[in-house]
Write a protein that binds this ligand. Sequence first.
Ligand code: ARG
Length: 713
Amino acid sequence: MKKLLLTIIVATLAIPQLRADKGMWLLQLMRQQNLEDNMRKLGLQISVDEIYSPEAPSIKDAIGIFGGGCTGEVVSPNGLVVTNHHCGFGFIQQLSTVEHNYLQNGFWSQSYEEELPCEDIGFTFVVKITDVTDEINSRIASGKITEEQSFSRAELAKIGKELFDADNVEGKKYMYPQLLPYFEANKYYLVYYKKYTDVRLVGTPPFAIGKFGGETDNWMWPRHTGDFSVFRIYGDKDGNPAAYSKDNVPLKTPKHLNISIAGTEQGDFAMIMGFPGSTSRYLTAEEVEQRMYQKNEPRIAMRDVTLKIIREEMEKSEDINIKYASKLARISNYWKNSIGMNKAIIDNKVLETKLQEEADFKAWAKSIGSSEYANVVEQINACVREMNRTQYLTTLTSELIGNVEFFARNLSDGNKKMFDTPEKIAEQMQSYYSWLHNRDYIHNIDRRIAKEVLPLYFELTKPEERDSYLNEVEKKYKGNLAKYIDEVYDNSILANEKNLKKFLKKPSLKKMESDPAYKLRTAILSVQRELSKKNSEFAKRMNPLHKTYLKGLMEKANGAPMAPDANFTMRMTYGSVKPYQPKDGVTYNHYTTLKGVMEKENPKSSEFIVPARLKELYDRKDYGDYALPNGEMPVAFLTTNDITGGNSGSGVLNSKGELIGLAFDGNWESLSGDINFDNDKQRCINVDIRYVLFVIEKFGGCKRLIDEMKIVK
Ligand code: ARG
């Protein structure tokens, strides 16, 4: 009995430890939620004010949004930024041609002058965070906004702008506000951002290092990818954001990260700050099933066919390979994620866990006499059942548009005014044409994809779920949709220059509206509009229910810290360096080395090529200061940090706040993590900063970058 009691006590004491790693925490709540104690237990040595302080420069000022959906961090006094290779990928690809194939061969600038400006790029810092929950609640109470509006992104953006306009914050000219709901609209924060748009490519490893392992290794451990690229932020001479100009200068930020090459041991503290995009940790079990069968499954099915075609085509030439590399990576990434997620939800018993949580919640709700809480899950589920098919069709339509470029946009999206004169029609048609036939577009590959994706869409939908025009087409072509696609891809005004030129001789609305591609896209668009109307009706019912459910869960937690779902705002997650057991009898080491790159080498597969220069360095063990004590070269390592897409490129910091790696992936066995964090299996995959520095210095010969960083041992 005594022993049992002891076991219970030990087990209870152990709980906070076990749970310590879950959570994408808000910086502004770190003190209030008293996360410091847990972080200290795991080894944090610096004060939490050094991580985030509203008053003084802190680590958060060295970290920002890279591009549109990644994280990057400043690592020198001259605005040098590191992020993932897969985050820089699109920009590197844009700069690449068959003559200067930076994607394939890498790129290392040897001076500021050689750094390459990128189009449509940005680096965005968080300047100020304010809790505006009371403000919003008082607007609801006074009837200034309705409850329904309090969930609306557009309405919140309006209020955010109003509050921002009334604020006399310094340097306002360069900032913009974002007001978002958190904790399912139980909280609201207003964040000011400052965005720099002159960001230049400084260096990148070749594909064979930056994407070593390709799609085969994506979402997997053990991993050997040197997933990093280097950029620099430029500002005007006063350090303010400015459009690209020769006169701009490297940016001096209030804070940059120092780098540690002292290395990591199992159990070492690890912290990650960045911008996780989206998680759904407060779904009911039925909502999880909806995700599996109405979202992931149809997405997998549609992308299966597209990916097969793209892979085949990419084998054909280097030109196609460059043009489709980015598309392949984009389409494949969440195709594989969806497959892994559905498997992990089952393997990790996520549905069972959710059902148990729901039962506990209901019992608690009854115990406090709250019928509102006791019934809320059932109300959510009733709504879920009603909306399942709509969700399924929504996935199919967005995949239709996401997989086939010719279906992606429609001239009729805008207002008719854009087309009220022949000149305007000509202008719109021309601009659409050049958008579609961009440098990377190959009409006949897109045609091939359309020929398979459209019939699949027909197979998976019922006639009444499709636009009547599409049903007429099917009848007219007696089910031969491939023939129909050929006609569209041959005869549309947008099919080729010849057709466009002919149209431009005498542009008219009538001709435009009878164009087969125009009709097809209008049909898809009208289905999409219907679905989006239905979805917003569902959201109106669902939003308040989720708000109630989370309010109840927070009440039940009784002060234990909780983190809101990710929404691409800045978060901090802490944990430690740790191996894991993917399955019975198998343990994965917590780090990999260059030896593994050589083991995986396969000259026959474009994903596993090892550059000759890397082999030479490996043979000579020419690792500079960056080798492990045993002389090997570290490549990647695992931590227990809670991250998701958007965190890509985030710096991994040690107990002193020094940079030790860059997060770049999650592991296959816990792809259910966006829905439920798995304490045993969830790992964050990071590239070791020593590998990054080794590749920059020894492989890239770009010592000038090393010299501007502060590296500590
Ligand atoms: N799975 C990682 C992420 O989503 C990497 C994606 C890019 N890599 C790739 N092989 N497609 O952040």
